[in-house]
Structures are given as structure tokens and as C-alpha cells.
Design a binder for this molecule. Structure first.
Ligand SMILES: Nc1ncnc2c1ncn2[C@@H]1O[C@H](COP(=O)(O)OP(=O)(O)OP(=O)(O)O)[C@@H](O)[C@H]1O
Length: 520
């Protein structure tokens, strides 16, 4: 879903009040009736309806009149509320292009007044499979009315809390900057998702870094749970950054070992398939289950409590039963993967002795293999294989590499990797959302907004057309300001006149009273 940020500047104070009122009303209603929106927004019915019409036109509200007449926020409406909060806190001043689309999120480039580029992640839970919350969830009570909204907010809160805790403890994650509603702002990582990287200069080093990262997380009492090529960014120096951690679990979780092994195997399998690198040294959960630090508490303290996690688990479980259905259908393939796991276990046993001795030898980076050595071993293994299967696997690899190259070509991330706000072409200039601008809207209080044309971006030349448009707007604005000044002056005068009349009346009354008292 596109974040069309321009319209944010056309919203009046009443529009914002109406938007917030709808958000509040959604805590108890799936669709909020018009008069309730007006009451919460503290607007007269006429003014409220006008504002609703306006924000509905901008697609910030969805109108329903089948069951009963009412409105609910769209994702764009929710985006606007979060964006406005970021703008008023000086976190964001420009909204740029979209650089990524996750399963359940949209990623945009944004910048602040100092032109520092950052990433805005808008969580969109429910976009894929989430439909309605079953009514038998007593625990969630009214929150089920705003399920997607609430769930997306929880997802953002969770991601921010984890990112903050990890960042403060020296993990390679983006710098967390701000969070509001379902959005987080973080630093921009200049790298590619590992998925897109066809070749590595030092696969052994990257592999070792990733295994060390899994171990470091476990030492802090955490297991990623989804540690794979989609959630790891790698830069030109082959340094890795972890960008997404929606399923993080504690090492004290009942299935901790399963999740830990799955993370390790995910990387091993990917490295073997993509880079032909066999990770012989790899960590075992039993060696690390005794965490040295406890990040769980830190995460609770930074806003994501156990109760919120409980809400989140319940909401996710309730995803219309879709996933359960899928899981049942996929049970056959799961069985197959179980077989694979068994094989892995055998391999693990075989490798165990070897590993313990090599770990002692190489304390600084226990999972790094000597690249030449592993190449030799690979060669030996390869020579044992039949020549037919050799050529088959080479062909397969070739097809895979070609496929990846083809995919990379069309990826927006690739295109935008070197993107800079200052390099933007005129037609796609970033949307300016300065705080002063929004505050100016407040002063106008209900009037038509002033500038509808973008101010030229620094360093960009203003065209004749732009100049004329801006001049016209300035004139209109001045005209409106004069009109409102005149209106205010007239109001004051009329008020003054009536005050004068009242004063005269009371003076006359006093005189009459005086005369009566003097015995007239
Ligand atoms: N901080 C960042 N810096 C640079 N690019 C980023 C950043 N965060 C996300 N991206 C880009 O956006 C893409 C999607 O991000 P992310 O994995 O966080 O979304 P998601 O919805 O959680 O994805 P999914 O659930 O599909 O794994 C990433 O692959 C990456 O290309």
C-alpha cells in the first residue's frame, strides 16, 4: 500500500481531531457512528460531517452503511496519525521513496531537517491473512474491534523494544530512533539482503559472524526464531546487520532448543546451497542455554510487557484458522523435513568430537573455518561423488544463480541502495512535512490550506511554472489573511458597540434608581 504523504498538508485541525476521534471510537466499535465521532472530537455535527467528508475523500476513513452507518480508519489514516506524531517530534521532515516491501510491512526512506536519511517501517499485519477476530475471545474484549490496528501497533512496539535492547548491547541492528502507533523509525542500513547476494568474498568469515551472532543472542537469553537470508543485510565490507526479529523467543522457552537449531540449520543450509560452503563448525544449544545476561527484563521495561506479548499471541493464533489449515495441508512436507532433521542429527553426532577439539584451537572465532582447508575437503568429497550427479548439481546451481540475478535486477532495493534525497528527479521529489507547516495549519483553523505547491528542494532550481503557482498561492493566502483580519476587526467592533449599549443602559438604570431613592 502506497503511503501518499502529500495530502497530510491539506488537513485542517478539525480533520485531525476527527481522525483521532475515529481512532478512539474504534476501541469500542468496529465502525464508529458519525455522531460519536463528532462528540469525541468535540465538534458540532455540521463541522464534524464536513471534516469526515474531507478525510474520507483522502481515503483516510472507510465508510460502511450495510450493518449500520459508521466509519473506520484505513491503514493510510493510521499512517497519517503516526506520521504527524513523528513530524511534531522533529523525527521526520521528508518522506521519500519506498525501498522495501515485507510480507506485512512497507518500508520508506524518510529524512529529518538535517537531511539525515532514515527508514520508516509501517507494520501492516493482517494484510495477508488476518481477517476477523473470533468473538469468543473474552480476554481481548473491545480490542478485537480494532484487531489489525492493535496487532500492528503491538508488532511495532515489540520490534522497537527488541531493537533498542539489542542496539544498546552492541548487536549489529539498525539504530532505533522513534516509535508511534504501528510505525518505527530506524537508521538506514546500506546493504543488501543476503538473499540477493550471489557470491561472497569470504563465506567462511560471514558464516562465522552469523554463528557468533546466534551464540551472542543466546548468551543474552534470546533466540531469533527466524534467522535467515531475508532478515540479514550485508554491506560491501561483508558486515552483517540483523533487521527483523518478529519471532524472538527466550532461551527459557519450552521449544528453545528447536528454535535455536532451526536458526543454525537455516544458515548452514543456505550457505551450502548458495555458496557451496559446508559449515562444519556450528553451535549447539546445550552449550549456550545458560544465558549470561537477561535481556527479557530490559525489553519488558522498554514498553513491551508480557501482557502485551500475550495479547499478540492470542490475536495471531486467531488468524481465522487459515494458518492451521495450511499447516495441515503441508504436514506431508513437514514429515519430509523431519527426515532431514534426523540426518542432521546424525551428522551432528559425527561432527561433535571434531568440533570440540577445533573450538579449543580457535577461540577468537570458533566457527570460522580455514577457507583453504574447507576447499580441499570439498574437493575430496566432490571427487568421491559420481560425475553425473556433479554435473546435475552444477546445472542446478547455475539455474539458481541465474534466477537470483534475474530477481535482483527488478528489485527496488537494489535501485534505491545509492538513493539520496538530493539526487531526486523533480517529479518524484520528497514530500515536505515540516512541523511549522502543520502548525501553520492549526493557526488557520479550518480554512483552506495555504501552499499546495512544493517548496523547491535545496539545490534544486525553481521552474517558472512553480514560481507562478507559488506566487498565486501567496496572493490567495494574503487575501484570506486580510479577510479574516477584517472579520475579526468587525467582530470586535460589534462586540464593542453592544458593550457600549449595555453600559449606557446600566448607567440609565442607576440614575433612575438614584432619583427614586432621592424621593423624586
Ligand atoms: N533499516 C533498514 N535499512 C535498509 N533497508 C531496510 C531496513 N529495514 C528494512 N529494509 C528493507 O526492507 C525489506 C523488508 O524489511 P523487513 O524484513 O523488516 O520487513 P518484513 O515485513 O518484516 O519482512 P518479512 O516479514 O517479509 O521478512 C528488507 O528486505 C530490506 O531490503
Amino acid at each position: 500500500m502506497k503511503l501518499e504523504a502529500k495530502a497530510i498538508r491539506y488537513l485542517t485541525r478539525d480533520d485531525w481531531r476527527t481522525l483521532v476521534a475515529t481512532e478512539m471510537g474504534m476501541k469500542n466499535h468496529e465502525f464508529v457512528p458519525t455522531n460519536m465521532i463528532c462528540t469525541i472530537a468535540n465538534l458540532k455535527f455540521g463541522g464534524g460531517k464536513k471534516a469526515i467528508r474531507n478525510i474520507h475523500k483522502f481515503k483516510l476513513l472507510y465508510h460502511e452503511n450495510k450493518k449500520y452507518d459508521g466509519y473506520k480508519l484505513t491503514y493510510l489514516g493510521y499512517d497519517y496519525l503516526a506520521l504527524k506524531a513523528f513530524v511534531s517530534r522533529d523525527t521526520v521532515s521528508f518522506v521519500g521513496t519506498q525501498i522495501g516491501v515485507g510480507k506485512e510491512s512497507d518500508i520508506y526512506l524518510v529524512a529529518n531537517d538535517n537531511n539525515e536519511e532514515m527508514v520508516l517501517k509501517l507494520h501492516r499485519l493482517g494484510r495477508v491473512s488476518f481477517k476477523t477476530i473470533k468473538n469468543n475471545r473474552d480476554y481481548l474484549k473491545h480490542r478485537k474491534n480494532a484487531s489489525w490496528l492493535y496487532l500492528s501497533r503491538l508488532a511495532a512496539l515489540k520490534e522497537f523494544a527488541y531493537m533498542k535492547a539489542l542496539y544498546e548491547n552492541g548487536f549489529p541492528v539498525p539504530t532505533p530512533i522513534d516509535v508511534n502507533r504501528h510505525c518505527i523509525v530506524m537508521s538506514r542500513v546500506k546493504g543488501y539482503p543476503l538473499l540477493q547476494v550471489v557470491e561472497l568474498r569470504h563465506p567462511s568469515k560471514v558464516y562465522a559472524d552469523l554463528m557468533n551472532l546466534i551464540v551472542k543472542l543466546a548468551n543474552y537469553g534470546l533466540i531469533h526464531g527466524d534467522f535467515n537470508e531475508f532478515n540479514i543485510l550485508i554491506n560491501d565490507e561483508e558486515q552483517v546487520t540483523l533487521i527483523d526479529f518478529p519471532q524472538m523467543v527466550s532461551t527459557s522457552h519450552a521449544n528453545a532448543e528447536y528454535y535455536f537449531d532451526r536458526d543454525v540449520n537455516c544458515i548452514r543450509t543456505f550457505f551450502e546451497k548458495r555458496y557451496g560452503f559446508i559449515g562444519e563448525k556450528y553451535p549447539k544449544f546445550s552449550d549456550y542455554k545458560q544465558a549470561q545476561f537477561d535481556l527479557d527484563k530490559v525489553i519488558g521495561a522498554s514498553g513491551f510487557t508480557k501482557d502485551l506479548q500475550k495479547d499478540m499471541d492470542l490475536l495471531i493464533k486467531d488468524q481465522d484458522g487459515d494458518e492451521e489449515l495450511n499447516n495441515n495441508n503441508n504436514s506431508d512436507s513437514d514429515d519430509n523435513s523431519d527426515d532431514d532433521d534426523d540426518d542432521d542429527e546424525d551428522n551432528e553426532e559425527e561432527n561433535q568430537d571434531e568440533q570440540s577439539s577445533t573450538t579449543e584451537e580457535n577461540n577468537s572465532n570458533p566457527f570460522q573455518q580455514d577457507e583453504e582447508e574447507s576447499e580441499e575437503e570439498e574437493e575430496e568429497e566432490e571427487s568421491e561423488e559420481e560425475s553425473e550427479s556433479e554435473s546435475e548439481s552444477e546445472e542446478e546451481e547455475d539455474i539458481e544463480v541465474k534466477q537470483v540475478r534475474k530477481t535482483i535486477k527488478g528489485l527496488p532495493t537494489q535501485k534505491n541502495r545509492k538513493f539520496k534525497f538530493s539526487d531526486l528527479a523533480e517529479e518524484e521529489s520528497p514530500v515536505l512535512l515540516r512541523k511549522e507547516f502543520l502548525e501553520e495549519m492549526k493557526v488557520l483553523d479550518g480554512e483552506v490550506p495555504i501552499a499546495t505547491t512544493d517548496a523547491p528542494v535545496e539545490g534544486e532550481e525553481e521552474t517558472e511554472e512553480m514560481k507562478l503557482a507559488r506566487e498565486e498561492e501567496r496572493k490567495q493566502y494574503e487575501k484570506r489573511m486580510i479577510q479574516s483580519k477584517v472579520k475579526r476587526a468587525l467582530d470586535r467592533q460589534t462586540k464593542g458597540k453592544s458593550n457600549g449599549r449595555n453600559a449606557m443602559k446600566s448607567r440609565a438604570k442607576k440614575e433612575i434608581k438614584k432619583q427614586i431613592a432621592s424621593g423624586f
